[in-house]
Design a protein around this ligand. Structure first.
Ligand code: HEM
Length: 842
């Protein structure tokens, strides 16, 4: 007989399943999809069912583009969350963001509180916000910003001069415009907020501490932290407020989305320090005229009139303006210069220069640069900036708002507490308003047609209504004055190093690029950065490896007609023969192997040491990465190395394998030999980027510059030390510059190594191509061996093959003389390999 207890326990599983499915049904289906009035709003069901769907897009850094695509599919009103709706119409813009609309900023903005205090940016309520704004609005008005008697105009003109001085004196430094423009905006906003004495920075004039403040902004993991701060707010706060052993444990477990100090810590600390310094020394100034914002807030607090502000309130307000005023202005300037420098936009630059040429000397200051108020009145410059802000708005993402009562927007009932938003990104890409929206075209802002009036209504880079950007006029004055001065004296053109690459700007969790550029970097760089586990200088290495992957893909497209996977859907590959596969020697972190495999190229890589990064790749990639030490077969034959414990590779690659030898040190000179040894009658194609110079034994060795004669006697006299004996920075830079010339390169250590490798490759039958490769981190020479010399192309008989093998052996013998012969060289190689293996095990 079945007892009641047994029956209950048999049914427990069913009951639990029923409760669970009821819960799922209620929360994921009934409530969000059937019960709420928002159910009538179109949009993808997955987004309507759970807020985590949009959070996922945030995590992948594609939120804004994703919402934009949803609008393209569903129209001007789209539901993007259980309680979140996005709009893209002018009527909604007026309803939500118009003056006195009653919509308030959401909780999202509380992440901009500083020192635990709210400020203009983070206040939700209109009353608190209006009171604070009243204190500041006048100082930020256009008439005050451009007044010769107030602080902004002389400060901006002084900083413009410092920028041009930098351009004159340290062209190399200034040309890194991402950085130098950040210095300009930093010096401008700090001077404006704190005055020269109490926090105005001098990054443009070389102050290293001021410059270093920007490392806060550059760290890519700040995006991950933003995601955590928005979607896992309490948890993130908990993580960052732990101390002692708990803090250590959290750090060790890698739980922090961004290592401490987290984003903006340095800038916030600087802002607080500036405030404290000011407060201690504060004396009321007699004149109202040259007051920085800090003076104004101080005077107000002392007056006892109106709203009360304590020290931290003021410090928070100032710090927030400081943070708001750096990236925004410099990113816009960077995109303006970049866009004007593109060959297809040269015409716009020429027209701008013509406009600037009309400025009279009497309209310039004593430094010879256009006055701020004159730069402000230039229609073409204004059009260039408007177009830059349209296409590359520095704050392009949605601006969330909500209301405490039910309301109606564009005919839809919006319940109280629903988050509603719009984004400059989507408004600025409406093809009905902006023809060819992805094209940079300043001309669209000129003329007086009805279209222009319409476009102005849709232009939303600075937001609108009561919560419009307070720094608008300051930012515009900085940007117009600097651009006018630069283009009055200079022209700009696409920097070779950045050819084919769009700059990117970070906004919250996203990075924005020019969308007409390939997504290659975007697809890999960010995921790699996010999961990076090595201690190396990663951003540079990642970009370099991505550039190299892009280069190889193009090379193989030409050689084999092999195209990346993503293109295969649209294109039929040319039939130059199938791709034979690649091997990446000494592949290090394996980025190249990972990217090429993901792009659909078969291949593998090996390195003497397994890297932690390998474990972050998908399993199929991990399976193609091996820990192996290369020992050339002739060395194995020459010496008894039976006891060698590590896994070795003897270079027996399958026929036609493409060898990639990127910065492989002792494998560099071996690469063409490897190619020939693997297949004497038809050596394998290769790509080499030479770097550290070693002889065939693997010992450090500097080959003599190629002077025509290759006497080993002459080689012995050559200095063994590859680095300059003594070198201050200036002489190092001079050496580097010299190396960029053909002659200088030929005389350098790496130049001599390149020449030696090339000679050997030619001896084994290659027609070697030499190319200059410009990756984001370096300029390198690369050798490509894809064609064989005519004599080698003829059908090779078995007897000829053995002749070729003999020739290779002779080359190896000859090259090993400097190490004491093949046996001695082999001994050195094996000893080094054993050392390496021992180190790995320790
Ligand atoms: C090209 C430059 C700039 C752009 C495109 C820009 C854009 C914006 C946008 C779109 C908002 C509204 C954000 C939102 O509601 O989510 C905003 C607000 C704000 N911006 Fe800017 N900004 C720029 C420069 C500056 C500068 C130089 C400052 C320096 C003080 C500044 C200070 C602020 C502040 C304090 C707010 C909050 C205003 C309020 O709520 O009343 N911005 N900005």
């Amino acid at each position: 007989m079945v007892t009641a207890f047994e029956s209950l326990s048999e049914n427990t599983g069913y009951i639990a399943a029923l409760i669970f499915s009821s819960y799922i049904f209620y929360h994921l289906i009934y409530q969000p999809l059937l019960a709420t009035p928002l159910r009538r709003i179109p949009g993808p069901k997955a987004f309507a069912a759970t807020k985590w769907r949009l959070a996922l897009a945030d995590y992948h850094g594609v939120r804004t583009q994703c919402i934009n695509s949803i609008h393209q599919r569903y129209g001007t009103v789209a539901r993007i969350g259980t309680k979140e709706v996005s709009f893209s119409s002018l009527s909604a813009l007026r309803t939500i963001y118009g003056a006195g609309s009653g919509f308030e900023r959401t909780d999202f903005y509380r992440m901009f509180d500083v020192y635990g205090r709210q400020n203009l940016f983070s206040f939700a309520g209109t009353k608190q916000h209006a009171e604070r704004k009243k204190l500041l609005a006048h100082a930020y008005s256009k008439s005050v910003v451009l007044s010769p008697n107030a602080i902004a105009k002389p400060l901006i003109e002084k900083n413009v001069k410092s920028y041009l001085d930098l351009l004159e004196g340290e062209k190399d430094v200034a040309e890194g415009i991402f950085q130098s423009l950040h210095w300009f905006s930093l010096d401008s906003i700090t001077g404006f907020l704190y005055g020269d004495q109490h926090g105005g920075t001098h990054a443009l004039r070389g102050n290293d501490l001021d410059r270093r403040m920007l490392s806060d902004i550059i760290d890519p993991s700040r995006r991950k932290l933003s995601w955590y701060a928005v979607h896992l707010k309490k948890y993130t706060k908990w993580l960052y407020t732990r101390t002692g052993a708990m803090e250590k444990a959290i750090t060790k477990l890698g739980l922090l989305p961004m290592q401490k100090p987290a984003t903006y810590t340095g800038i916030r600390a600087y802002a607080l320090q500036s405030w404290t310094g000011f407060e201690t020394a504060a004396t009321e100034k007699d004149s109202e005229q040259d007051l920085a914002i800090i003076d104004k807030l101080w005077r107000h607090s002392k007056s006892g009139k109106g709203i009360r502000l304590d020290g931290l309130d003021m410090a928070s307000e100032l710090a927030d303006h400081l943070l708001a005023g750096i990236d925004t202005t410099s990113d816009t300037l960077m995109f303006a210069i970049w866009a004007l420098s593109r060959p297809e936009n040269k015409i716009y630059q020429e027209i701008l220069i013509k406009e600037l040429d009309t400025i009279l000397n009497t309209d310039c200051n004593q430094d010879g640069n256009p006055l701020a108020e004159v730069a402000d009145r230039l229609p073409y410059l204004d059009a260039v900036l408007k177009e830059t802000l349209r296409l590359y708005a520095p704050l392009p993402a949605s601006e969330p708002r909500s209301m405490s009562v039910d309301t109606t927007i564009d005919g839809y009932l919006i319940p109280a507490g629903t988050v509603v938003s719009m984004s400059p990104y989507t408004l600025h890409r409406n093809p009905d308003v902006f023809s060819e929206p992805l094209k940079f075209n300043p001309e669209r802002w000129l003329g007086h047609c009805a279209d222009l009036a319409e476009m102005k209504k849709w232009f939303w880079a600075f937001s609108s209504g009561g919560r419009m950007c307070i720094g608008l006029h300051l930012a515009m004055a900085e940007m117009t004055t600097l651009l006018a001065a630069i283009y009055r004296k200079y022209t700009t053109s696409g920097y070779e190093k950045q050819k084919g690459v769009s700059p990117g700007i970070t906004s919250r969790f996203e990075v924005f690029y020019d969308e007409t550029f390939p997504r290659f970097e975007l697809r890999y760089a960010e995921p790699l950065r996010q999961t990076w586990v090595e201690k190396l200088e990663q951003p540079k290495q990642i970009l370099e490896q991505l550039s190299l992957a892009a280069y190889l893909i193009e090379l193989w497209r030409g050689m084999y007609g092999a195209i990346p996977k993503a293109e295969q859907e649209n294109l039929q590959p040319k039939s130059n023969g199938p791709f034979p596969g690649f091997v990446s020697l000494a592949c290090g972190s394996g980025i190249l192997v990972y990217v090429l495999l993901m792009e659909g190229y078969k291949g593998s890589g090996f390195d003497a040491r397994r890297r932690k990064t390998w474990e972050t790749y998908p399993v199929n990639v991990q399976n193609c990465l091996e820990e192996r030490i290369y020992i050339p077969r002739p060395f194995l034959d020459a010496i008894d190395s039976q006891d060698f414990e590590a896994k070795i590779h003897t270079g027996d690659f399958p026929a036609d394998t493409f060898i990639v030898s990127d910065h492989t040190d002792e494998l560099t000179v071996w690469t063409p030999l490897m190619a020939a040894l693997a297949s004497p009658s038809s050596p394998l194609p290769f790509f080499i980027i030479p770097c550290c110079s070693c002889s065939l034994s693997g010992a450090r060795y500097r080959f003599p510059p190629k002077t025509g004669e290759t006497s080993t006697k002459a080689e012995r006299h050559v200095e063994q030390n590859p680095q300059p004996a003594s070198g201050d920075l200036r002489s190092l830079r001079a050496t580097k510059n010299e190396q960029r010339t053909d002659r200088g390169f030929g005389n350098s250590m790496v130049g001599s190594l390149t020449a030696k490798t090339r000679d050997i490759a030619e001896e084994v039958g290659f027609e070697v191509e030499e190319t200059c490769l410009k990756t984001p981190g370096a300029i390198s020479r690369a050798l490509i061996g894809r064609k064989q010399q005519a004599t080698n192309l003829a059908e090779t008989s078995p007897s000829q093959t053995s002749v070729l093998a003999d020739q290779i052996a002779q080359i190896i013998e000859r090259e090993c003389i400097r190490d004491g012969g093949v046996q001695a060289a082999a001994k050195i190689w094996i000893e080094q390999a054993e050392d390496l293996h021992r180190q790995q095990r320790e």
